[in-house]
Design a protein around this ligand. Sequence first.
Ligand SMILES: NC(=O)c1ccc[n+]([C@@H]2O[C@H](COP(=O)([O-])OP(=O)(O)OC[C@H]3O[C@@H](n4cnc5c(N)ncnc54)[C@H](OP(=O)(O)O)[C@@H]3O)[C@@H](O)[C@H]2O)c1
Length: 332
Amino acid sequence: MSEREKKRVAVIGATGVVGQTIAQVLAERGFPVGEYVPVATGDRGERTVNGLGRTWTVCAIEEMDFGGVDICFFSAGAAVSREMIPKALDRGCRVVDNTTAYRMDADVPLVVPEINSSEVTPDTWLVSCPNCAAINLVMTLAPILREVSIERVVVTSLQSVSGAGKEAVAELDAQVRSDLSGEEAKARVFAKPIAFNCLPKIGELGDSGDTVEEQKIIEETRKILGKPSLGIVATAVRVPVRVGHALSVNVELSDELSLEDARGLWQESPGIEFDDRLPTPVDVAGRDTVIVGRLRRDVSRPHAISYWAVGDNLRKGAATNSVQIAELWCSL
Ligand SMILES: NC(=O)c1ccc[n+]([C@@H]2O[C@H](COP(=O)([O-])OP(=O)(O)OC[C@H]3O[C@@H](n4cnc5c(N)ncnc54)[C@H](OP(=O)(O)O)[C@@H]3O)[C@@H](O)[C@H]2O)c1
């Protein structure tokens, strides 16, 4: 790859758990990075981050100049994306946004490359990367949809603390230590202690009684699959796991699909593995595939199946999916 083809790549939120994983995935996949610009808040003094084989000085967001940046990954919360993405686009930068800011905008593609890569064209400048639990779910539903229609989905997502960022991971670790030494486990990031506990509310409650996280899973799944009226109910639970989200899924289908055929559909789909040996979040952490297991028939409803799926929320749920989107631009 010549220097001319190499890209100037920026990551907004480069010191976060997703931002650091983006740098790691860029290096692992051999993305043609000519220059790397890590960006974070400017109020913590001079900082460096390691990535792509060297140490980089972190650029304060206030000093960020998007001129000359080819691709920018936004991973610093929706408010930062809303304020800064228009500026990046004005300077001719292609943007992959990991936040909620533009996901449901009708003119912004919400992309999981294994499913709807055709929505990324040379004329697409902004692409949203979906919610991490929604990515896991659509990865498992899309192969089924190629064979039969889906009438209704009931999903419970069991989500690791890294889904709430670096401070949430530190809070779990601190609470485990406090609890084991008989001290009070103080909660700051979460509403209640997360160590040795689970919290059935992720994000604020909306008018419907669903949380914001549950609404994201529902609405983003419909948008990615192009099924705006898909019947879907979601419950999102925070669990004391560091990395890796799990889903318990029940799907009612329009027609009979044998368990063997369902297994076959997943096995032949890129990015999915079927494993009946009890896949867990710990097994999938650090990997890019979504692993499906515990497949069984739901005899309480006609044509219904239940299964379990796990995926790394920082990799396929965020960083890897984002880098795959950027790779689509490089391949056009
Ligand atoms: N974690 C996941 O599994 C996941 C999955 C999908 C999408 N996302 C989304 O990705 C984004 C980042 O999540 P995360 O889990 O990586 O969070 P995180 O670990 O808390 O990191 C947040 C990053 O954003 C930076 N930041 C925060 N406010 C900023 C500001 N005003 N200006 C510039 N930089 C700012 C932080 O910089 P400092 O170090 O200076 O504070 C840090 O680099 C969020 O929007 C989240 O919803 C996360």
